[in-house]
Ligand binder design. Structure first.
Ligand code: ADP
Length: 367
């Protein structure tokens, strides 16, 4: 069990114009499942590889349980890493792959046997122990890779995009298995993915990374409901948050947001947060916070009804995603499938006022 502290860690690869990771500060709690999520190339794997000791840091310090590990070799850091490509030895069977790290450390044979069998049982791979990796499915190979990490009883598990090579069904299954495993083992996990769905479902807390800089760190629900900037607002959520550029208008003590010919009332919570009302702002609303006028509930405040044309209705089983056009606005709205809507229909939609987000000219949330 361990906490991990990253103090101003940076990585500047030789030959690159800019650092890939820039003065990153983060404290990961003992037993926490921390997920790094961000687009390809944002520096997630670089952070993980620095923690693992596979690459050195350009500057900064890393601590595990208060001990400075910055310059320690990988084997002395108390970490185990699971890679995207499984990194199994093809000529060794499952048992030998899982036990390999223990054998080279000259662990007692009985102890090895116990640990391998316990891990195999935990991961449901007992029946495959004498098979070679080539005779296993992708999901089974990934379980072997996890087993190899578990038997070393590390203080911290590092996962680098472990599910990216699996098909969609197996990805969902392994996601649940890794989450259950974490609940059982309670070991600190640092997990890297570009998949927001993995991040949202697995993380205790997640870091949204872009250009090697932390954009936001928090519980998934907090990041979803209160994104700190436009990058986070549009990276997390599918379909992404709708954004509209426009201007603020104050009438008496009421606040409106004017986009072309449409004026939407803003909640008063924004009123005191506006530093300069004359500059351009961006209004955001998630597709599920745009409701059918005839289905709006009494317990929320809504905008005036907007008469929309449905340019495209995409059915997604339970839900339908509507691409709407209205009064110079274009946006997406998600509705339950039980309401019959098809491409070309005209419908009236309302925005849930309390669910609006407002971003300043730098893209930062005003709240
Ligand atoms: P991510 O895991 O978020 O996809 P990476 O950490 O793998 O991103 O890479 C971040 C950036 O660092 C990329 O632009 C990549 O080209 C660059 N990079 C990664 N490894 C090296 C390296 N060994 N030498 C130079 N540049 C590298």
């Amino acid at each position: 069990m361990a906490n991990v502290i990253l103090e101003k860690i940076a990585k500047h690869y030789p030959g690159n114009d800019k650092p890939t990771v820039n003065d990153l500060n983060l404290s990961i709690n003992d037993g926490e499942f921390m997920v790094f999520v961000g687009p390809s190339g944002c520096g997630k794997s670089t952070v993980l590889r620095m923690i693992a000791g596979l690459i050195n840091t350009t500057s900064g310090k890393m601590l595990i349980n208060g001990k400075d590990i910055t310059d320690l070799p990988p084997k002395d850091r108390g970490i185990s890493m699971v890679f995207q490509n499984y990194a199994l030895f093809p000529h060794l069977d499952v048992y030998e792959n899982i036990s390999f790290g223990l054998s080279i450390r000259k662990t007692d044979k009985k102890e090895i046997d116990k640990r391998v069998n316990d891990a195999a049982e935990l991961l449901g791979i007992t029946d495959f122990l004498r098979k070679k990796p080539k005779n296993l499915s992708g999901g089974q190979r990934q379980r072997v890779a996890v087993g190899r990490a578990i038997v070393r009883r590390p203080k911290v598990f590092l996962f680098d995009e472990p599910l990216s090579n699996l098909d969609a069904k197996m990805r969902t299954q392994m996601r649940v298995e890794i989450s259950k495993l974490h609940k059982k083992l309670k070991t600190t996990i640092i997990y890297v993915t570009h998949d927001q769905c993995e991040a949202m479902t697995m993380a205790d807390r997640m870091v949204v990374l872009n250009n090697g800089i932390i954009q936001q760190c928090g519980a998934p629900s907090e990041i979803y409901s209160s994104p700190k900037n436009i990058f986070v607002a549009t990276f997390i959520g599918s379909p992404p948050m709708n954004l509209f550029k426009g201007e603020i208008i104050r009438e008496d003590d009421r606040l409106f947001f004017k986009i072309n010919n449409t004026a939407l009332m803003l909640p008063l919570k924004f009123s005191g947060a506006l530093k300069d009302e004359t500059c351009d702002y961006t209004l955001g609303i998630r597709p599920e916070h745009i409701y059918l006028d005839e289905r709006k509930s009494d317990d929320m405040t809504f905008s005036e009804a907007i008469d929309c044309e449905i340019e495209l209705a995409e059915s997604m089983g339970n839900d339908v995603s509507l691409h709407c056009k209205a009064q110079g606005l274009e946006f997406q709205s998600n509705q339950r499938h039980d309401f019959p809507i098809k491409t070309g229909d005209r419908i009236k939609l309302v925005f849930a006022i309390d669910k609006l987000h407002l971003f300043d000219k730098n893209g930062d949330s005003v709240l």
